[in-house]
Design a protein around this ligand. Structure first.
Ligand code: C2E
Ligand code: CA
Ligand code: CA
Length: 561
């Protein structure tokens, strides 16, 4: 025996099997090569192995068919076998079988050598399996036995390196209403339901499609493009029958999904950014599914940035108030102004059109409107104290305030804080699409009016403004939107604009309301207004919205030429 093991072929065999292997295929290939070196000396015709491993934390039970490691060409097998069964971790077994060559009986010495060879193969094999398990542990979510984020990256990488990635769509999805499970089952069963959910997902998946679990109730998938829409239907209505204490609980789960096509993508991190971004988009827009697009994503990021930066900017006094003069049509005298907000971010002045619609999304607009009113009142107090005759200033109140029953009182409190006469403030509101708001609006306008505060309806003629509103609510002023002011150039339906404009003005007049035309840019337009007996005008023809210092200059010179 000692002679056998000192042969150079055996030395080579042990040398090969003592090297570390990176993967199972590499181990099998090298082992096959190593066995070939000694097969003749030990009359080995074939070596095979089979694995039987029970369910474990990383993977479901595995029971492999016999895998042939080595087969000697053109040699017939004998009946003689040398079988070794080794116990591996978790109670599984690995069986290595050596089959002899026909017409040759193994000697005791041969068998003893084969035992040693077998053990050497076993230990090299367990080394590979252990490192495979470790890498699986790193890339697998133990709870649901699916690849985790790292595992998902690996799958993306392997599809990228084989140029197959463009055959897939990628998904990031979150189970909708998963928390409902806790309302009907004990908290401790949450994970079991999550497992049942991922088992159900696995039923949909083809061998060349991939699932991942990103933690909590967040999952990922790489699905063949042509099956993407059926996958979306599948996860938007996934039914699980869950058995607990002799009862079956039916759960129907939906999902909020971020999806992405994967053409021209060659970095797994980019895939993650796209599906994550699409998921953020879906959440933000209250959609169930959103496919990634660069434009939409940057728009949403912009919105999120604005919402996140709003409070700090407010504390940092980055919001400035501009004042746009209102002019009496008959006397061409300054008769009021509208306060319009701007955001001074670093050295840039940002238009309200870029941030107000966003602040309306989460109600932050209300805080801004109060801030503007407060600033206007402080400004009025300052000019009064410096001996300048004050003027009525209007501030805009978003319709999102209408749910605030205390709005009128809060407005009064701010004006009173600066001990100002109430008639120095006018509140501009826009009509809402919601008819029920009439009652609320009516009460608001009445309360303000009892307090001596003037009210106006903004953008009249656009959006939802209706005659019903004029009938039901006693406003002081109608601000006619610039889209109704006839332009000086000739265009289709100009005569209709003119008729409507005149009649809005005379209707308002008959109902005891004043009128102001907004967005007047030319002298010809001004002549139209005069003709129609409109009371006031606000527009670039006289002044743009002015920063405070310039508006103070205007207050000292109120006559327009
Ligand atoms: P708005 O209340 O209808 O304000 C009039 C807008 O028309 C202002 O735009 C003003 O600069 C612009 N404008 C005035 N004269 C002319 C003109 O002759 N030609 C043209 N083309 N435009 C003219 P701005 O300041 O950009 O404000 C836009 C909108 O933002 C306002 O429309 C208002 O809805 C909103 N807004 C501004 N400040 C506030 C605020 O403090 N609170 C709320 N809730 N909304 C505000
Ligand atoms: Ca306005
Ligand atoms: Ca307006």
């Amino acid at each position: 025996m000692s002679t056998i093991f000192s042969s150079s072929n055996f030395e080579e065999f042990f040398f090969i099997l003592s090297k570390p292997f990176n993967s199972m295929p590499e181990f099998l290939k090298e082992t096959s090569h190593a066995v070939r070196l000694i097969a003749d000396e030990l009359y080995i015709a074939m070596v095979s192995y089979s694995l039987d491993s029970p369910n474990n934390a990383l993977q479901d039970a595995v029971s492999s068919d016999e895998i042939i490691i080595f087969r000697c060409d053109n040699i017939e097998l004998s009946e003689q076998k040398n079988i070794h069964t080794y116990t591996i971790g978790n109670g599984g077994t690995l069986t290595i079988t050596f089959t002899g060559r026909k017409n040759h009986e193994w000697t005791d010495n041969d068998e003893a050598s084969i035992n040693i060879i077998s053990h050497q193969i076993f230990s090299a094999g367990t080394q590979v399996m252990t490192s495979h398990l470790i890498s699986q542990a790193v890339t697998t979510n133990l709870l649901v036995k699916l690849p985790n984020t790292t595992g998902f990256y690996h799958q993306c990488n392997s599809l990228i390196s084989t140029n197959k990635i463009n055959q897939y769509d990628a998904f990031y999805f979150n189970i909708k209403n998963f928390k409902y499970v806790n309302n009907v089952l004990p908290l401790s069963l949450e994970n079991d339901v999550l497992r049942a959910y991922s088992d159900k997902l696995k039923e949909f998946i083809l061998p060349n499609e991939y699932l991942a679990h990103f933690g909590g109730d967040n999952f990922g998938a790489l699905i063949l493009k042509e099956r993407a829409s059926s996958f979306l239907s599948y996860i938007s209505n996934l039914i699980i029958d869950f058995y607990y204490e002799d009862k079956t609980y039916n759960f129907t789960f939906g999902a909020t999904v971020g999806a992405s096509h994967l053409d021209d993508i060659n970095d797994p991190r980019r895939i993650m950014v796209c599906i994550n971004g699409a998921y953020v988009m879906a959440r933000h827009r209250h959609h169930l599914i959103e496919y990634y697009s660069d434009e939409l994503y940057s728009e949403i990021i912009n919105q999120k940035n604005i919402l996140a930066q709003f409070k700090p900017a407010l504390n940092n006094n980055e919001f400035l108030i501009y004042y746009q003069p209102k002019v009496n049509v008959n006397t061409k005298m300054l008769c009021g102004a509208e306060a319009l907000v701007r955001w001074k971010k670093n050295d840039e002045i940002i238009s309200p059109l870029r941030f107000i619609p966003i602040l309306e999304k989460d109600g932050s607009i209300c805080e801004l409107d109060f801030y503007v009113l407060d600033s206007v009142c402080r400004f009025l107090r300052k000019i009064i104290d410096s001996g300048i005759e004050p003027i009525q200033i209007s501030t805009n109140f978003s319709r999102y305030h209408l749910t605030n029953k205390n709005l009128a009182n809060e407005i009064v409190a701010i004006i009173d804080k600066y001990s100002l006469s109430h008639n120095l403030i006018e509140v501009e509101i826009t009509e809402s699409e919601d008819f029920r708001d009439y009652a609320i609006m009516e009460r608001l306008v009445r309360t303000l009016s009892e307090q001596g505060i003037t009210t106006s309806i903004d953008d009249f003629g656009t959006g939802y403004s209706s005659l019903n509103m004029l009938k039901k609510i006693n406003l002081n002023l109608i601000k006619i939107d610039k889209s109704f002011i006839p332009l000086e150039t000739e265009y289709l339906n100009k005569d209709k604009d003119f008729i409507m404009f005149r009649h809005i003005v005379s209707l308002a007049d008959a109902l005891g309301m004043n009128t102001i035309a907004e967005g007047v840019e030319t002298y010809t337009q001004f002549e139209y207004l005069k003709d129609a007996h409109c009371d006031m005008v606000q527009g670039y023809l006289f002044d743009k919205p002015l920063p405070e210092e310039e508006f103070i200059k205007r207050l000292k010179n109120r006559q327009y030429s």
